[in-house]
Design a protein around this ligand. Structure first.
Ligand code: AMP
Length: 224
């Protein structure tokens, strides 16, 4: 059985953390447009140069470019039985375009899950978010602090240093939240109108609690 999931929520709602666990449990690829863009930035590719200004300012990469990347990615063989989309679609246009891409492929989204977290908590979380510059493991100095000196990755055999994403600085966080409310939030209604939306609360909850809630929803989809 295939499982195509869209994971919605503000930046810092915990989409990445949950998507990794869901991908492992259901054996489907985790597709994060943010991770794809950051990889290109790090490698200094042509695409990386094209998207840098948007990532630095906390704005959105243009829809055409983003949709073309996702269309290519979901056409890869490992996506045949589904995937979890994290950070896409992020605008009404992207959501509509995704429907078209899937229609052309004879596929459909099975479920869209929105993780809801209030803005104040988002700001607190993002300000304390750090990630390993080598392996990408994500930590939170406040809610999930790395053991040891707090400066290095604690994964076995990873010597990486913990860094703060440039877009997790206070001014950029505000801008990303504005973009979220203005452009991304309507995507919720898009999936709601298709009868595909489920909401879980990510406020004052541990990642384990949120994961259990998502797992219950997905197990329902798979047995439906
Ligand atoms: P994220 O890691 O999901 O917070 O994404 C980091 C940044 O990548 C965003 O602030 C945007 O600049 C860009 N980005 C990621 N996904 C998208 C998308 N679906 N559409 C446009 N820009 C995106």
């Amino acid at each position: 059985m295939s499982l195509r999931i869209v994971l919605l929520g503000a930046p810092g709602a915990g989409k990445g953390t949950q998507a990794k666990r869901i991908a492992a449990k259901y054996d489907i690829p985790h597709i994060s447009t943010g991770d794809i863009f950051r990889k290109h930035l790090k490698e200094g590719t042509e695409l990386g140069k094209q998207v840098q200004q948007y990532l630095d300012s906390g704005g959105l990469v243009p829809d055409d470019l983003t949709c073309a990347i996702v269309a290519d990615r979901i056409a890869e063989p490992d996506c045949a039985n589904g995937y979890i989309l994290d950070g896409f679609p992020r605008s009404q246009t992207q959501a509509e375009r995704l429907q078209e891409i899937l229609n052309e492929r004879g596929e459909a989204i099975d479920i869209a899950i929105d993780i809801e977290v209030p803005d104040e908590e988002i700001i607190e979380r993002l300000s304390a978010r750090r990630s390993c510059g080598t392996c990408g493991e994500v930590y939170n100095l406040k809610f999930d602090p790395p053991k040891g000196d707090g400066k290095t990755c604690e994964k076995t055999d990873c010597p990486g240093e913990l860094i703060q994403r440039t877009d997790d600085k206070p001014e950029t966080i505000r801008q990303r939240l504005n973009v979220y409310h203005e452009t991304t939030k309507p995507v919720r209604s898009f999936y709601e109108s298709l009868g595909l939306l489920k909401t879980v609360s990510g406020a004052d909850s541990t990642p384990d609690d949120v994961y259990k809630a998502i797992e219950a929803i997905l197990d329902g989809v798979r047995t439906a």
